[in-house]
Ligand binder design. Structure first.
Ligand code: ADE
Length: 240
């Protein structure tokens, strides 16, 4: 069976998706998950917890489980999706707008002391992990088929183990990586999926502008941003 793995950093980022379907919860350690079937596919929906380490561990755990556990024998991982909120780096973006990551990077990866360019992990050839084009196209079609007041951009998403809320950090991420949005997990998911040869898509809704106001606007807007995003995630899978 084709299997879709959907991962968010926080429970509230998957709650509207779970409430929209018929899922049963599997309580297991170290990661519980929700499991259901939709349009002939198995959907596994889970929460990594915040940050790149948590996300890296979570993605690898589920890829290994789906590939090696006997109950999933014959399953094929069609796609791993990371959904959630993000801070806006690009000035055109407002709360609720959607960013599809066509490239993912780690803005806090820094081996400059050994002569590497900002963001480059010496074990890899590039700063950026590139999303398969057909998944970006499916997400765009899903957005276009929705009636929403929010805008969509396709561009680089930069991840780091930091909540970005200063002008200086925002400027650095913008000028160094040409990123549209920042968050704390997407590039970890992209790296682990690339290592395992699994297709991935990171899609985020803007909750704040990654500036001095970010802590307050993040708290106010997170829930609303997620509702809009959930429709696009479901639509993307239908478009595949
Ligand atoms: N997720 C949502 N807003 C964010 C921000 N400003 N920085 C990092 N991750 C975020």
């Amino acid at each position: 069976m084709k299997t879709i793995l959907i991962i968010a950093a926080m429970e509230e980022e998957i709650r509207p998706l779970i409430d929209d379907g018929d899922f049963r919860k599997r309580e297991e350690s170290p990661f519980s998950w929700y499991e259901g079937e939709r349009d002939g596919r198995r959907w596994i929906v889970t929460v990594s917890r915040v940050g790149k380490v948590a996300m890296g561990a979570c993605v690898q755990h589920f890829i290994t489980m789906l590939r090696h556990a006997s109950e999933f024998a014959g399953d094929e991982i069609e796609l791993v999706i990371n959904m959630g909120v993000a801070g806006a780096i690009d000035r055109s973006l407002n709360q609720g707008d959607i960013v599809i990551g066509d490239k993912l990077c780690q803005h806090d990866m820094d081996v400059a002391g050994l002569g590497y360019e900002p963001g480059l992990n010496p074990d890899y050839d590039s700063v950026y992990f590139v999303t398969p084009t057909k998944l970006v196209e499916a997400a765009k079609r899903a957005y276009e088929s929705m009636d929403t007041e929010y805008s969509l951009v396709v561009g680089t998403i930069a991840s780091g183990d930091q909540f970005v809320s200063s002008h200086e950090k925002k400027e650095y991420i913008e000028s160094t990586f040409k990123a549209y949005a920042c968050e704390m997990e997407g590039a970890a998911l992209a790296q682990v999926c690339s290592d395992n040869d699994v297709p991935f898509l990171v899609i985020r809704a803007i909750s704040d502008k990654a500036d001095g106001e970010a802590p307050l606007s993040y708290a106010d807007f997170k829930a609303a941003a997620i509702v809009n995003l959930t429709g696009i995630v479901i639509g993307t899978i239908e478009q595949m």
